[in-house]
Design a protein around this ligand. Structure first.
Ligand code: MG
Ligand code: MG
Length: 324
């Protein structure tokens, strides 16, 4: 079976974050060796360079706190196009850029899945739900709205691109949540989004929580997108982010999630977002994110029998590299 190529798409958007620096993220991921790691795993890798935002339109909103609305909308249009196009050709990996990127990636991927007649699911790894609408945001930083937009909440019409296929809230699983604003909390209570906050992870461990979600995706013969925000991780291991929140996922919790995702064979695309190289320490956060992406794409420490969610042949690069 021909392996689909990994398609790297740089998205140097920083206007959605509260501080500057995420525009250097794509460069840092490239410098940290993501393409090399993926090739080592046996993939063909195509680096498509960086997305260029669509032309700016003048946009005004009654919520005066909103920052960079026109710029964020212009990025969203271009990213959604890139996601829609590349998801037919391979496994797109979006190198952010702040999390407003996902307003484009998720909606473009959802459109593709709908055209293929497949259920579309999102695993959202973040300390924040990013579930504000344009009305409820008080910081005005639009990296806090992509999940609300992608799931079709009210108030984005006339500003953000029209949704081809809204993401079903019940097809979203959030893990690592530990910073939620009151308006988001109220809105989340009425959706069908599955939320595993850090307390749930403390009490259960990541494995049973993720396992239940993966089984749902597999049962629906679904397509899974993973959106990984740096601040999902504990700031002690991932300092290169503008929104550090204490008490995040550990190194092993994060790797276990990635290893289980690979074993599932369900993942078709990935966002790596909120890396701020200006705040990083000698590239350690960029390197950790590349390590996690490699785990998701199949790097493993030892060969071991794994639970298969779908009966498709899994690539095992370790076995190939070590025929003994
Ligand atoms: Mg986020
Ligand atoms: Mg976050």
């Amino acid at each position: 079976m021909m392996q689909k190529p990994c398609i790297l798409i740089g998205v140097p958007v920083q206007e959605g974050a509260g501080r500057l620096g995420c525009d250097m993220g794509p460069s840092a991921f490239r410098t940290a060796g993501l393409a090399t790691e993926l090739r080592r795993l046996g993939y063909t890798v195509e680096d498509r360079g960086n997305v260029v935002p669509a032309p700016l339109r003048e946009l005004r909103h009654a919520n005066a706190s909103i920052k960079a609305l026109a710029e964020t909308v212009a990025w969203t249009e271009a990213i959604a196009d890139a996601a829609y196009t590349t998801s037919r050709e391979g496994v797109p990996i979006f190198l952010g850029g702040d999390h407003s990127l996902s307003a484009g990636s998720i909606t473009g991927l959802a459109r593709r899945a709908a055209e293929e007649g497949r259920e579309f699911f999102v695993l959202w790894l973040d300390s924040h739900p990013d579930f504000h609408t344009l009305e409820t945001t008080t910081s005005g930083n639009l990296h806090g709205v992509p999940m609300a937009y992608a799931t079709g909440r009210q108030g984005f019409e006339g500003y953000f691109p029209k949704l081809h296929a809204p993401l079903k809230p019940e097809n979203v699983c959030m893990m690592g949540i530990r910073s939620v604003d009151p308006a988001e909390r109220a809105a989340l209570a009425t959706t069908g989004i599955t939320i595993h906050d850090m307390r749930a992870i403390d009490e259960n461990g990541v494995a049973p929580l993720l396992d239940a979600f993966l089984k749902r995706v597999a049962m629906a013969d679904g397509i899974l997108h993973v959106s990984l925000d740096v601040d999902f991780l504990d700031p002690g291991i991932a300092p290169g982010v503008g929104t550090t929140v204490p008490g995040g996922a550990t190194f092993r919790e994060a790797h276990l999630i990635m290893e289980m995702l690979h074993d599932s064979g369900l993942v078709r695309s990935l966002d790596l977002v909120e890396l701020n190289p200006f705040l990083d320490e000698r590239g350690r956060t960029a390197l950790l994110m590349v390590d996690l992406a490699s785990s998701l794409m199949g790097r493993r420490v030892l060969d071991r029998p794994t639970q298969s969610y779908r009966h498709t042949p899994q690539m095992n690069p370790y076995a190939q590299a070590n025929p003994s």
